[in-house]
Design a protein around this ligand. Sequence first.
Ligand code: SF4
Length: 171
Amino acid sequence: MGLELATGRLADAINWARKYSLFQYPFVTACCGMEFMALWGPRFDVARFGAEFPRFSPRQADLLMVVGTVTERQAPVLKRIYEQICEPKWVVAFGVCASSGGFYQNYSTVPGIDHVIPVDVYIPGCPPQPEQVLDALIMLQQRIQEGRGWSQRQQPLEPAAQRQGKRPPRP
Ligand code: SF4
């Protein structure tokens, strides 16, 4: 009981630190990029969430922001970049094109990046309003804190007793 309490609190502290130190890798392909750049200016102050610094190497990032339409030719590149990001990592689909392919229903467009990589948060809109993106960031932070990010669920930060199968894992 004591060990579980201690490791549970340690996991909470680690997730708290993670959610306020997001380093995003912007994978920007299309017109959503204009709104994305505006959002990362001082007016909307994303620094409040600890997520303002872009990293242009996936090895230095933990948040993949997929902004805009992704074509079938770009899909292997996106997957490769995702694989290069260290665990734990999170993915946000920025805009309706990244989320579902949007109105591009043709042979060349990926109908949503979740056909290629796992996605944690989807942001609708064409392009999304800045307030929607801030809302999505807060939602992502909640998921990180609760250990509900996709990659966190693959390797949970749980007490050792649970990892060894002495207790059933959390659903
Ligand atoms: S969602 Fe709209 S603004 Fe964003 S990439 Fe697609 S068409 Fe462009």
